[in-house]
Design a protein around this ligand. Sequence first.
Ligand code: GLC
Length: 534
Amino acid sequence: MTRVGSRPWWRDAVTYEVYVPSFRRARPPDPDRPFVPFGAVNAGRLAGHVAGDLEGIRSRLEYLEWLGVDAVWLTPFYPSPLADFGYDVSDYCDVNPAFGTLADYDALVDEAHRRGIRILVDWVPNHSSDRHPWFVESRSSRASDRRDWYVWRDGDPDRPPNNWRATFVDAPAWTWDERTGAWYLHLFLPEQPDLNWANPEVEAAMTDVLRFWLDRGTDGFRIDVVHGIGKDPALPDAPAETAAVPWSAQNDHESTHAILRRLRRVLDSYPGDRYMVGEVFLLSTAKVARYYGHDDELHLAFNFPPLFAPWDAEKWRERIDRVEEELGPRGAWPTWVLSNHDVKRHHTRYGSEARARAAAVLLLTLRGAPYLYMGEELGLEDAVVPPNAVVDPGGRDGCRAPIPWAPGPGHGWEGADRVPTWLPWPPDPDARSVEVQRSDPGSMLQLYRRLLALRRTSPALRAGSWEPLPAPPGVLSYRRSLDDDSRVVIVNYTTSSHSIPLEEPLSVQVSSTGRGEGTRFSGRLDPDEAVVLG
Ligand code: GLC
């Protein structure tokens, strides 16, 4: 891919999120190193089940290179009791034996780099596991040197220090700890105590963690719940109107920004444009924009209002306008996400493959950096998870179903022909498998590949301006342009056909239906069809 000017690589990159337990297993399941989430709903049933490993990811880098993505974000693979499937870290500088070893990680990075793919690690700074030695020490005694590494408050065991609610469980964000007779804060599960970033020792220790991974050649970080790390020392109640909303979706304290400026300097001191993309789970683009600072905080931030927008042209236009208005003046580069490991897949949300295909055209042609979630390129829908197979208290099992690599038993996963995978397969695993779709020119997978290839050759799509074009209701049309490269995108969000008069003769470069590619655009769009013209 040719660089546009002096832009850092991550501005133009398409990143592919690998949910590590569900991508692929390459090694035979090892009974001594099982993947058994601690405390998960129905956890007991998982003993002996098959989950992914780092070697499985390395063994499929060939696929990711063929698909045409630029970077891979690996969800947490650290040692962890897996109460939140790895987002509860018990050692920030190692690999969970269920997933492999540090040597496997190094081999993965080496091979990815050889193939021109960058690797992002998921860094979880807001909270650790309650089994992390830091917390074990902190909770052991009020006199512990690490007491102040977490957020403790004295008080009455019947009345939490404030009204903040936890996430994934209907409970306060505080747990009373008998041993020292005090409350500790957890914006998520009780097994995920919040670190106290107001303590400089915590910042120093966590900065060492960043260096540990940067020194191993890691290209960047996806930062978990980054807006959570700075807390108001007064711990004020949530306003009455939002008291029922988990505090993890509301915490937005000024002190986070100064921390981010210091972290930014650490990343920028490394060669090779290392970067951080933060999960800012505040459903306001104006608030998200502040986390870019003045090009001195996050390099990129996830902006989730579009992720929660329905399949509706006007609603999407409104979300895009917000992004242009809020991020534009800061020179901040937007990000776009349709699916991830925390929400229903967009094929399931939008209700049809035709829409999921049109959405792919949208995602890969908006102004900004797109993030794909593994399996969306296969058009996967959420798995139907029977009550006795549910493991996540947050109800997110469906989108985390394993990737079917091949038709037939085991779907290309080592050992899965004999013992079940930790979650059931998504619907139609044979027809949706990589192997089947790779050999079908009309497949969803091939559509993603054509879109990614087109982006690579088009400076306008990667880096150009975004300008809306007139379109009938229910249709979104825009032009991306840079110098003499110009592309027009039209997305039909409706179930009727539309005629779109164009002033210039343009040809269809990619259509979500595959119809008419390489020929002059007829001016007609099928229901739920999207096209890129040039
Ligand atoms: C983020 C992660 C989610 C996790 C939570 C707590 O939202 O994406 O999977 O459960 O943080 O770490």
